[in-house]
Design a protein around this ligand. Structure first.
Ligand code: ADP
Ligand code: MG
Ligand code: MG
Length: 477
């Protein structure tokens, strides 16, 4: 990763620090790892179906969009482009569904409940760290093979006899290759042999190594070239050509796929220039990863709406809906009245009850705005104060979620060469790739590797780039 801006005397290109990582992998029950991977095709289908139903998206996001200008602009953009008619020849999703194991301390004398895999969120844009997570999987494989003491530490922590093969316990991770393969398949579906895959990136990106390793794999495995541009640069250098609206860089270079590693937070759009570049890309023939509608399908408000009875079933089969619902934590809308009338719909009364409970004891809840990248959620006293003080319209920018309580385990974290020991909790991410042709044929839908992020116990937020967590890998038990 590029070093932080504090070291300003070095230019970004000269100054690198290693990505923060955990020395040992984090234990996850094999059955829950399998469950998370098995759900990946269902989440792919769900995102595709939700994105295709703009009236539902618009209705779901109406109140959120009224109070959150970022959601409003993105929704408007999606609706405007849809009204012009579809352009892209295929839809491409690179998703990451994030989970934690809910394993609360049992009440005095009670037997512990079995751990429950619960979804934190579903990322549909800039699902990062695929390349670095593969590097950390390789590192853990290497350490376990090479250093008997570390191998023993891994086994000892498991408290049971070692499995015979390491690869049983440290599952192979093909995230970067699987994502490169999906980008290449989309590139081929687009058809322009001399086209490039465009990586839309933030100016001064710190996570550049992760992106460049993916770009490198795309070339090594498929001979596909890439270009890296920020939205403000694209505003100057990109244009649409002809009735099919081919996307050209610098007047000549065609783009097959616009792969967004930026564009998911308001800061990525400091002026109208960036929004106008986003609109230009969205209107183009290039395959967008993600389209604005796919991005909106990953909104926390959408996650909350889908948890309501009957909603998932609009988009996926009843059997899939049931399997997905098992990993949903409690989710409530904050758009409703705090004291609804007795004849209000049950969901509204339940949400009001959850609001009252969270204001009284916020420790079991998280309040989440429509933001990505970590560092935006409200916990504890801040959450309670927000529930008390925000107007109903302001509250609508957020959702309320049951706090997942993972069990802490000893960990050794390495950040900028410094070692930190302590009890830590881990979040599992499962990538998935999805490619569907404009005629509806599903060309790819599969789980695509994994990521574990570990943070010290007591740290509320997550996110590696935001400085809360480090990269790790799963140890199946
Ligand atoms: P973002 O899109 O910003 O990554 P997340 O929903 O992943 O948003 O929230 C950021 C972090 O906050 C997560 O990585 C996790 O550590 C913590 N978090 C979010 N939701 C919950 C929850 N329901 N229970 C416990 N921690 C949570
Ligand atoms: Mg996210
Ligand atoms: Mg997250």
């Amino acid at each position: 990763m590029r070093a932080a801006a504090e070291e300003e005397e070095l230019t970004a290109a000269e100054s690198y620090v290693h990505a923060p990582f955990a020395l040992l992998p984090a234990e996850y029950p094999a059955s829950e790892l399998e469950r998370a991977c098995a759900l990946a095709p269902s989440f792919n289908r769900l995102v595709d179906a939700v994105a295709a139903d703009l009236p539902w998206l618009e209705a779901t996001l109406r109140e959120t969009a009224a109070s959150d200008v970022f959601t409003r602009r993105l929704l408007r953009l999606a609706l405007r482009v849809a009204s012009e008619g579809p352009t892209q020849s295929a839809s491409l999703g690179v998703l990451r569904s994030d989970y934690m194991l809910h394993e609360p301390e049992p009440a005095d004398g009670a037997a512990p409940a079995p751990p429950q895999l619960l979804q934190v969120e579903l990322n549909t844009i800039a699902s990062s760290f695929a390349a670095l997570s593969c590097a950390v999987s390789d590192l853990h494989q290497h350490l376990a093979t090479r250093w008997p003491a570390l191998r023993a530490a891994m086994w000892e922590r498991r408290g049971r006899p070692p499995k015979l093969t390491l690869s049983d316990a440290l599952p192979p991770n093909d995230a970067v290759d699987a994502i490169a393969d999906a980008l290449a398949a989309a590139h081929r579906a687009h058809g322009g042999a001399d086209a490039v895959v465009l990586f839309v990136v933030q100016p001064g990106e710190r996570n550049a190594v992760d992106q460049h390793r993916l770009s490198q794999r795309l070339y090594e495995r498929h001979g596909v070239r890439t270009a890296f541009r920020s939205l403000s640069h694209l505003d100057q250098s990109a244009k649409l050509e002809g009735p099919r609206r081919r996307l050209l860089l610098d007047g000549t270079q065609e783009v097959s796929v616009a792969y967004f590693r930026a564009g998911y937070v308001p800061d990525d759009y400091p002026s109208n220039k960036e929004w106008s570049a986003r609109l230009l890309l969205e209107r183009s023939l290039a395959i967008k990863c993600p389209s604005a509608a796919y991005q909106l399908a990953g909104a926390k408000k959408v996650q909350q709406q889908l948890a309501l009875p009957g909603e998932l079933e609009r988009f996926v089969s009843p059997a899939e809906a049931e399997a997905m619902r098992r990993v949903f934590a409690g989710l409530w809308s904050l758009s409703g009245d705090k004291t609804p009338p007795d004849d209000a719909p049950p969901a509204e009364r339940e949400a009001a009850e959850a609001m009252r409970a969270a204001a009284a004891d916020p420790s079991g809840y998280v309040m989440k705005p429509q933001r990505e990248g970590g560092g935006h959620n409200l916990f504890g006293a801040t959450l309670a104060a927000a529930l008390r003080e925000l107007s109903r319209a302001q509250r609508s920018a957020y959702i309320l979620m049951r706090r997942i309580e993972p069990k802490a385990a000893p960990a050794v974290l390495v950040r900028a060469g410094e070692v930190y020991r302590g009890d830590a909790v881990s979040e599992l991410g499962v990538y998935s790739t999805y490619l569907r042709s404009a005629t509806g044929r599903v060309l790819i839908s599969r789980p695509a590797g994994h990521l574990v992020r570990t943070k010290m116990r007591g740290v509320d937020e997550g996110g590696v780039a935001s400085g809360f967590a480090v990269l790790s890998s799963p140890l199946a038990s």
